[in-house]
Design a protein around this ligand. Sequence first.
Ligand code: 5MM
Length: 337
Amino acid sequence: MTLQEELSATVGELVQAGKGILAADESHPTIAKRFNAVGVESSEEKRREYRSLIFSTSGLGEFISGVILFEETLGQTSLDNQRIPELLAKQGIVPGIKVDKGKKPLINAPGDEITVGLDGLEDRLEIYRNQGARFAKWRDVFHISDTLPSPQAVEANAEVLARYAAICQSVGIVPIVEPEVLIDGNHTIERCAEVSEAVLREVFHALYRHKVELEQMILKPSMVTPGKDNPKATPEEVAQATIGVFRRAVPAAVPGICFLSGGQTPEEATANLNAMNAMGAQPWELSFSYGRALQEPAQKAWAGNLENGPAAQEALLKRARLNGAARNGSYAPDMEG
Ligand code: 5MM
């Protein structure tokens, strides 16, 4: 297979109907926060136990097409001693890897941040590829206020996202391009729409400049919602606002838009995705790449105790199945049971 054929095959697998992506790439500080919420201290062994447990969920491959891993997990073995990427591949799930190195304050732009990690990326990708990763993820974040994000934050982050995507494609790794407009704050849904459109337009300009093949990447954006300190919008309002912005700013050549959940509850994230798919056919597949919205119930059920493994797996499978239904607009809240 040529690199181009490999990229196309991976994209095709990731955007399959009825399936989405599980984001399990929490960095050490983030997973410690998640574990802390369920009374568990984060250690390498506990992270291996939890992640091995959820990836072994029987039937997960029916609703999950890919899993984004953290570097540590890519090199770990499961509780029954299989390499994690192999365990996933056996379920028909494509292993992927988060490759950014987190964010830092953007100099001369108070309140804005810039994602780092381009140095040595090509070499790291070769190693990840040999370990079984077939796609990658890089996340930029944009804060909303009356004045943020600044134009330089939008431009600088778009530029690194595009350079990352170009490097990934050059070595046969599908890039997931994640510009997250944060939900934090008391902004309106209209202000979120304005910022989201500006960010997406800049990202696609940068992708064009860097000659990234839009057909061989996946977009992982946030939905257009009011800030979390404001009353919530209905799923129909979120769907209208999000699709409105995306139809203006995301080229039809992009095969899939896999949303992040960004602090929505698991039920909200499912209902919002469902409402978008219920609006009818769009130029792109509308799917999910959720972290918290897929894992939160499973983490609560597990609570650090392996004996709770079956309950944790059941909780994960339930959310995966319901989001699978939201992929074609057939989810209804009474399916929550
Ligand atoms: C799973 O969390 C990912 C890693 O975050 P950190 O680098 O901060 O540890 C994160 O990139 C995630 O993939 C996306 O934000 C989507 O996750 P949510 O929870 O927003 O669906």
